[in-house]
Design a protein around this ligand. Structure first.
Ligand code: ATP
Length: 231
């Protein structure tokens, strides 16, 4: 039986130290995200935001405490199934030397052109793609064209959205798009992610003003949490 994510995420006294450097990046962090919530994570550079996202993706196991997904320990879930239902957009975009279509549909077996196009529309990159001569068949990378930083981010976002994920995690991936495009993506997300959980690591205040909850990290600890008007 394959896992079906509801999208509840819970951290209980989680601590994590990078084994190679001994840097204690997350220290006794506790919070709860309910299914369907839009949660923003903010904090200075190096405060542990990416580490937190990486722990949810189980790139590393926690040293202390527990991460629970839908009341189950993250460690007890089938990692492959879990990652398949999480749309994760990392800070560093990773694209392949392949067509735009295959980059968006990456990892999925059966995808229709319609689904690829919709994902591109929701990620606000559709109009850029159809301006290219070969449109969705345009090759990227060494044998193809080079996208701008913002276009790369949006292709990476389309790759996450096409999965209709139960949980969506954006690690600071709107930094290279302008504010107007960011607004368009966020408004599409609001529609798409209704009933699903979104976690956005953000810098701009505009990104987080509609968040149900904002977590403020500092030196690996949550120093504040609440809504935009509460903080
Ligand atoms: P930024 O806003 O600059 O992306 P951040 O809030 O996401 O920063 P992290 O990238 O989570 O912060 O880093 C938290 C701490 O962990 C930092 O001190 C960083 O140097 C350290 N760190 C991050 N990644 C690694 C790694 N792969 N190995 C060792 N230490 C790391």
């Amino acid at each position: 039986e394959t896992l079906k994510l509801e999208g509840n995420v819970e951290f209980k006294n989680v601590s994590f130290t990078y084994p190679d450097t001994g840097i204690n990046a997350i220290n006794n962090v506790t919070f709860e995200i309910k299914r369907g919530q839009f949660v923003a994570i903010i904090g200075r550079t190096g405060s542990g935001k990416s580490t937190l996202a990486n722990l949810i993706m189980r790139m590393y196991d926690v040293d202390e405490g527990q991460i629970k997904i839908d009341e189950k320990g993250l460690k007890d879930l089938n990692l492959y199934d879990f990652r398949n239902q999480v749309g994760f957009v990392p800070q560093e975009v990773f694209l392949f030397s392949d067509t735009i279509k295959n980059n968006i549909a990456f990892g999925l077996d059966q995808v229709t052109d319609q689904e690829v196009e919709n994902a591109a529309k929701n990620a606000a990159v559709y109009s850029n793609i159809i301006d290219f001569e070969h449109k969705f068949e345009t090759m990227l990378g060494e044998r193809g064209i080079t996208l701008s930083g913002g276009q790369k981010q949006r292709v990476s976002i389309a790759r996450a959205l096409i999965k209709s994920p139960g949980i969506l995690i954006f690690d600071d991936c709107l930094s290279a798009v302008d504010t107007k495009t960011e607004e368009e993506i966020l408004s599409n997300l609001g529609r798409m992610m209704k009933g699903r959980t979104s976690i956005l690591i953000a810098h701009r205040i505009s990104t987080i003003k509609n968040a149900d909850k904002i977590l403020v990290l500092d030196q690996g600890e949550i120093i504040e949490q609440g809504t935009h008007s509460q903080l």
